[in-house]
Design a protein around this ligand. Structure first.
Ligand SMILES: *Cc1c(COP(=O)(O)O)cnc(C)c1O
Length: 463
């Protein structure tokens, strides 16, 4: 991430003189458990395996590129969040990170709730049997049709994002003869990314209603007057890929401050607060994310302390991790097509996918790691940039990494931690077909989202 506080190491080629890149200290064949899914390892031949299956076999059966998702790991992480927060809090998985019907069923079975932010995500959730009362509907511009579907379905909460939406949802609910449970999303003037947070004027964004200037209090005032709405709480989401808990500390302090004002003005203590998601994962060995139980403990303590000093009953907390659950559970498997050394610079390794299956590097300057997956090698490390096959020079998957110097076309390489915001943000740029998601568990693999075909593409093109 561009604002991360990583020390300049050998990964950061830009700060090193050309041609003098330090070789990496770590063994290139090693797979750091921090960035790989739990069941990933190498077999006796050195081939990377996941859920007991070799990637060479997966490539043969399902082709490349493919997202390979470790189902046991997904369930473990979902359960760890659920267990960490216990029965006094709710965990909503943020569906936008990656949603499919299999994922919805796993979440349901593991006792999690689900955030959706569009009619499409709502349809996916309902079609896979997630009970509507366990669904929260988010977004800054839900259409009247989407709102009506959500209210009719009986979603557990709608998170209101503007004054207009307060009236819109109230009207739709009332027309349907219902009283919709809602939270009001506010912006608390905190923005957090990775290792830093900023507590200044970050209300300058499209989401939420600013606490500043009394706007959030006014939103609550209006919502409380509308018969179609049951205001159950306040919602705050401060950023993404966060490691530093102090942003949540400030956010909780300000949200509780609003709850206190509401109590003083209206005589009601709202029963819930939602602190959003955004918890960070390890994309490279430099990242040190916290465990769910540490996060749960920290958040619970912060809210309890703030409520005690405001003499409020402690509300029920909810959190919305997306990346922290699904991110580490998948890797992208690519086949190397070309290896192009540029003298004195680096070697460009082209793979059979690229920015259409992982836009994060181009969009956010995200960092990833990469490993040779179809074999091990003792060759000297070489500095590489892993690039895709698209007609765009910014089509980079891994900006700076080391791979063995004997890397050749036909080798399989794997990029870990691509479970979140990769398939869900995938595009058809250059009419490249979106890869499948293959779930593996206990020696068995199955496709949970199939590979797109040219037929799929042409079916939409009705001209
Ligand atoms: C994106 C988002 C999340 C999930 O963020 P992660 O970084 O994936 O944990 C949770 N809540 C809201 C409101 C969001 O917009």
């Amino acid at each position: 991430m561009s604002r991360s506080a990583h020390p300049a190491g050998p990964r950061h080629a830009d700060v090193l003189p050309e041609g003098h890149y330090a070789a990496p200290a770590e063994d290139l064949n090693a797979l750091d458990p921090k960035v790989w899914a739990h069941t990933v390892g190498r077999d006796a031949d050195g081939v990377v395996t996941v859920g007991g299956i070799a990637v060479t076999q997966l490539a043969e059966e399902y082709g490349t590129p493919a997202y390979v998702l470790d189902e046991a790991d997904f369930r473990d992480r979902a359960r760890a969040w659920r267990t960490a927060f216990g029965n006094d809090a709710d965990v909503f998985y943020a569906g936008k990170a990656f949603l499919s019907r299999a994922v919805v069923r796993w979440l349901h079975e593991e006792g999690l709730n689900l955030d959706v932010c569009s009619g499409g995500e709502l349809a996916t959730a309902l079609s896979a049997g997630m009970p509507a009362e366990r669904i929260a509907f988010h977004g800054n511009n839900k259409s009247p049709e989407e709102i009506e579907r959500a209210v009719r379905a009986g979603v557990g909460r709608i998170v209101l994002d503007s004054f207009q939406e307060i009236v819109r949802v109230a009207h739709i609910a009332q027309t349907l003869g219902k009283r919709q449970r809602v939270q009001i999303r506010i912006t608390v003037g905190v923005e957090a990314h990775t290792h830093e947070f900023i507590a200044t004027a970050h209300e300058d964004q499209k989401f939420g209603i600013p606490l500043a200037g009394g706007q959030a209090a006014e939103a609550v005032r209006r919502a409380l007057q509308l018969d179609g709405l049951e205001v159950i709480g306040i919602h705050s989401h401060i950023g993404s890929q966060i490691f530093d808990m102090s942003g949540f500390e400030v956010a909780a302090h300000r949200v509780v401050g609003l709850l206190k004002d509401i109590r003083d003005e209206h005589g009601v203590e709202l029963p819930e607060i939602d602190l959003g998601g955004g918890l960070g994962i390890a994309y490279t060995s430099d990242d040190d994310p916290r465990e769910p139980h540490e996060i749960a403990k920290a958040l619970t303590e912060i809210v309890t302390r703030e409520c005690e000093s405001a003499r409020l009953r402690t509300p029920r907390i909810s959190v919305e991790p997306g990346r922290a659950i699904v991110g580490p559970t998948a890797f992208t498997l690519y086949e190397v097509g070309t290896v192009k050394p540029l003298d004195g610079l680096r070697t460009y390794v082209s793979v059979d996918g690229g920015m259409s299956d992982n836009i994060r590097t181009a969009l956010y300057d995200a960092e990833y790691s990469v490993a040779l997956a179809s074999r091990t090698s003792d060759a000297e490390p070489m500095l590489v940039r892993v690039v895709g096959k698209h007609c765009e020079s910014g089509d980079i998957v891994v900006k700076d990494a080391f791979l063995p110097g004997d890397l050749a076309p036909g080798d399989l390489i794997a990029v870990p931690a691509t479970g979140a915001y990769c398939r869900s943000m995938a595009s058809n740029y250059n009419h490249v077909l979106r890869p499948p998601v293959v779930a593996v568990r206990d020696g068995e693999a199955r496709v949970i989202v199939r590979r797109e075909t040219e037929e799929d593409l042409l079916r939409l093109d009705v001209g």
